[in-house]
Design a protein around this ligand. Structure first.
Ligand SMILES: *[C@@H]1O[C@H](CO)[C@@H](O)[C@H](O)[C@H]1NC(C)=O
Length: 121
């Protein structure tokens, strides 16, 4: 979310007329086989809970809906630097409202990843 805020500011400063938007989204808890390499999810426990997963987890199709909504819906046209879950904007931690903190995290990330700052500005 903080990166979405910082990147929105950069994009708007670079080109105030840009139609590019950047938002953060949570897909929800989706039943994928992402945990197949996590030993805690193998064996008898997995066999025991797997018949009930559908009740607590979203399908991959359902999990894609918020990302698709942000990419395709006219309802979010021009909205940038926000956080979405279940196809709706949600409130965020107060740090995401602190533009200086968002920029500091963005700057730190560029440095920590060894990226060339001048190429990104
Ligand atoms: C982040 O880096 C930019 C230059 O790329 C600088 O202008 C800005 O002051 C920095 N912001 C923070 C909070 O460090």
């Amino acid at each position: 979310v903080m990166h979405a805020v910082a990147l929105t500011k950069r994009l708007r400063e670079h080109d105030p007329t840009t139609r590019v938007t950047v938002n953060a989204c949570h897909p929800g808890v989706v039943n994928t086989n992402l945990m197949r390499h996590t030993p805690a999810f193998w064996g008898p426990i997995n066999k025991l809970i797997s018949p009930f997963l559908w009740f607590f987890f979203k399908t991959d199709n359902d999990g894609a809906q918020t990302a698709l909504y942000l990419a395709l819906s006219k309802k979010v046209d021009g909205i940038s630097g926000k956080y979405f879950s279940d196809c709706a904007e949600k409130s965020v931690h107060s740090l995401a409202a602190d533009l200086n903190a968002c920029e500091a995290l963005y700057n730190y990330s560029i440095e920590a990843c060894g990226l060339d700052k001048s190429a990104i500005d």
